[in-house]
Ligand binder design. Sequence first.
Ligand SMILES: Cc1ncc(COP(=O)(O)O)c(C=O)c1O
Length: 447
Amino acid sequence: MPTIQIVTELPGPKSRALVARREAATPRGAAKLTPVAIVKAEGAAITDADGNTFLDFAGGIGVLAVGHCPPNVVNAIQRQAENLIHLCAIVGTYEPYVEVAESLNALAPGDFAKKTVLLNSGAEGVETAVKIARAYTRRSAIVVFEGAYHGRTNLTLAMTSKYGLFKQGFGPFAPEVYRLPFPNLYRRPPGMSEEAYIDDCIARLEHAFIAQVDPAAVAAVVLETVQGEGGFIPAPPRFLQRVRELCDQHGMVYVADEVQCGFGRTGRLFAVEHYGLAPDLIVTAKSLAAGMPLAAVTGRADIMDAPHPGGLGGTYSGNPLACAAAVEAIKTIGQPAFLERAAAVGERLRRHLLDLQAEFPLIGDVRGLGAMLLMELVKDRADKTPAAEETLQLTQEAFRRGLVAIRAGLYSNGIRFLPPLNITDEQLDEGMAVMAEALRAVESSRR
Ligand SMILES: Cc1ncc(COP(=O)(O)O)c(C=O)c1O
């Protein structure tokens, strides 16, 4: 039996009413990608207030590796809520916090002693990693990359790319942030081989340490192992290797932002494991706590211990309910069988996407790592002009047919696939059949 069940017009009357209340009560700046009000979710399915059930390929924007409301997480949150909802880790100690930190220290890549601090959000995690790197190196500059997304606080906005959507009107931004090119193989100069392009990006990286900023002034190089909002672009291994070498050479802290690509999404617990590299600090959030707000910075104990006592923390950071959820999520995601399934979901999805690319000229590129995949839409495969309106239209056509899928990419012309990793093959096939129908609708409206 199909998962998708559409029983009213979309959006239905109850969704319309609640969304209207939301629009009246909240500012238009707070993003809202679909016009539905969801009341229940399980696995890869979400049900709205009118009784329509959708397949969810957005997965809370990469938060739901273990799916919506898995029973072990629900039970752990319920049990924890009966005993301790909040204490504040500044005030005292509770076991779930310590357990999450111990697990991350044991699981994160790197054959060295590690420590972990817990925060509330990905942005706060990235900011905290920068603070730690600055305290350790006693330097201030931060190197980031084109296409990066690190969050919406003032420092992380300075570190984030894609000006129009995220930064417009919000400056001035934090100083001492230097942005360097990131190798996007699909958009390399025409006629240049992939290898020559990666060489060129590495050369520009090295040049920037002469032309833009002295490496002796750089506290940290922060980069996403697989760029998320920038368009699901895995860092080429040679590029990442060179970043690691330059950090070692110049005493810069290598911070991997794995907020979106970490925690099982790519078929490994940490995406950087695909590269055989160990960053100095690694930031995780999203799928770490199955939907509860939690982020972590994990890394070399000597670096983590650099800030003075009392220099890190926050009222809600490492909240007991979020930690109880994370303990369960880590148990689930850390199992080899779960990671194998994640990789299998990625392979099945990739095959579907390549089939769609063979059928629809609109799809210029299919890329990503594991089950973190994206298709980039272009008006013309030769000149690669981004098809941003068509991409928006495609998400709307998919939604009308019961599939929630959202966009990504510097040009907003990618559809990203971040389904819960406990999705069944049947659900995956059902969702991709809907995507094919939606593509047909978009293509026929272009003629
Ligand atoms: C790579 C990356 N870093 C940081 C963030 C910010 O996380 P949050 O929205 O929890 O602040 C995100 C969010 O999408 C992200 O994808």
